[in-house]
Design a protein around this ligand. Structure first.
Ligand SMILES: Nc1ncnc2c1ncn2[C@@H]1O[C@H](COP(=O)(O)OP(=O)(O)OP(=O)(O)O)[C@@H](O)[C@H]1O
Ligand SMILES: Nc1ncnc2c1ncn2[C@@H]1O[C@H](COP(=O)(O)OP(=O)(O)OP(=O)(O)O)[C@@H](O)[C@H]1O
Ligand SMILES: [Mg+2]
Ligand SMILES: [Mg+2]
Lengths: 223, 223
């Protein structure tokens, strides 16, 4: 479902060039749970941005769900993301003017056009799965860090995307909540065949995934 | 240096009242490194906000560095924070329009009025301590998550505050960077007598601190 051929990414800051990814080739199958590990600055987020059609590689090809991402323009990339992907990224904050319920409902209204009654059912079941149904009428600034993260997980899963990309999904979570997020991923894989690709520094999580790719200075290390 | 007497915090959301902290009393001495642990939603951030004069308790008294925080108005609280405290909070993002160097220099210009040559020395030595001197002319959006966090640590320490408050300071860091941040705290304690109080879910950190307070549903659990 995800294939990369010789992907390189170079950031140009004025005169200085920094190579964040060097010749990355990998292939991830449908239904796999895959983690990217590696030290700070090794290229994990850059790799996720490229797989998520949020940034273009400098060289190399990227295919997700049979679609070549290199050829998409900005509008097509946004449409592709809405149809195929779910994101749990630090930068995708919850909308402060919407309640918890509305934040999770929002993708179903904007992207999938699902009728209200069906939306309510889907939202409440996902909020229950992350143990946040008791906070459904609160606004994001009335939640703790870990609670916001759990709402963001529910929002990413509510449209049943084929691929979910996440950048440190358990960074703000205690042990119990981290295990809950992981078992929810496994449940979505079993019930829907969803594929999960995420970065993490969390040793508890790295033990439980199907495969770990370790990055060092932009290169994949052979395990 | 930090004393709380029977601190309670109740959030009112319309009709609903939620008690985030119940009768918290604690005392932290100068130079201690103290961690707040506990599940998501247990009150850690709320407690840090009250000690940092960012929020007021519903009942009870708070003393930091001999000053009673309950009596401070908004302006006095801001002045108190600038003079006595350093913050490493998720919500205190780096300023996107300033470079890494300027983000760390900024508190020395705005708060302490230090001459330029002395500022440069202080900023470069702190950036070196968090291994970010090579990125000094970059802007925050050109850094990885862990790199931004390390710059935020340097910014919090550059004014040599008596107390540093941090909310999950190692959440986005790999093992090596997390250990570096902790040894920097220990160095600041030894050289300047700085006191550190932070929340964490990270078992690696909890083993290394002087004392751990565990919160559960807003109450301190006896260790
Ligand atoms: N502004 C607010 N209005 C209403 N309720 C709030 C507000 N801020 C926090 N709460 C509630 O108070 C409780 C404690 O929140 P707090 O942010 O202190 O938790 P925490 O221990 O830091 O959790 P985490 O590990 O998830 O960051 C939570 O149940 C949260 O929903
Ligand atoms: N927009 C950008 N412009 C210039 N350099 C960048 C940019 N974004 C990232 N970098 C650099 O590319 C390298 C890889 O960054 P990336 O964000 O992928 O790291 P990471 O593995 O996610 O690290 P972390 O664990 O700290 O989140 C870093 O050295 C960073 O400084
Ligand atoms: Mg990253
Ligand atoms: Mg918190």
């Amino acid at each position: 479902i995800i294939t990369l051929h010789n992907v390189t990414k170079v950031y140009k800051t004025g005169e200085v060039e920094q190579t964040a990814l060097k010749n990355i080739s990998l292939s991830i199958s449908r239904g796999e749970i895959v983690a990217f590990a590696g030290p700070s600055g090794s290229g994990k987020t850059t790799l996720l941005n490229i797989i998520g059609a949020m940034d273009r590689p400098t060289t190399g090809e990227v295919f997700v769900d049979g679609i070549k991402l290199n050829d998409l323009n900005r509008k097509q990339a946004a449409h592709f993301r809405g149809e195929h992907l779910g994101f749990i990224f630090q930068s995708f904050n919850l909308l402060p003017v919407l309640t918890v319920f509305e934040n999770v409902e929002y993708p179903l209204v904007m992207i999938k056009n699902v009728p209200a009654r069906k939306r309510k059912e889907a939202v409440l079941s996902l909020l229950a799965a992350v143990q946040m149904e008791g906070h459904k009428d609160k606004f994001p600034d009335q939640l703790s860090g870990g609670q916001k993260q759990r709402v963001a997980v529910a929002r990413a899963l509510v449209t049943h995307p084929g691929v979910v990309l996440a950048d440190e999904p358990t960074a703000n979570l205690d042990g119990k909540s981290a295990r809950m997020v992981l078992s929810l991923m496994i449940k979505m894989r079993v019930e829907l065949g969803a594929t999960f690709v995420f970065s993490t520094h969390d040793p508890r999580i790295l033990e439980e995934v199907d495969r770990v790719y370790t990055l060092e200075d932009g290169q994949l290390k052979i395990q």
